[in-house]
Design a protein around this ligand. Structure first.
Ligand code: SF4
Ligand code: SF4
Length: 62
């Protein structure tokens, strides 16, 4: 059984904050200059993903 997993690539994220306000479930927040996700609140809607200028956001299937 595959599980979805929301990833912030912390090598790419530079803390611009563009993704944070877009999340309808407030799953994203800033920790210093890094976006972090509360995995249990993410619905994998993908709404935030195109907002990232450096493509740091992705959804993985594990
Ligand atoms: S995929 Fe959707 S629910 Fe998950 S962090 Fe992005 S906007 Fe929020
Ligand atoms: S939009 Fe991208 S670079 Fe900006 S805070 Fe979100 S993950 Fe980081």
């Amino acid at each position: 059984m595959a599980h979805l997993h929301f990833i912030v690539d912390d090598d790419l994220c530079y803390g611009c904050g563009a993704c944070i306000g877009l999340c309808p479930t407030n799953a994203l927040s800033m920790k210093g200059l890094l976006a972090i996700v509360e995995q249990s609140q993410c619905t994998y809607c993908e709404l935030c993903i195109p907002s990232c200028p450096v493509d740091a956001l992705l959804i993985e299937t594990r």
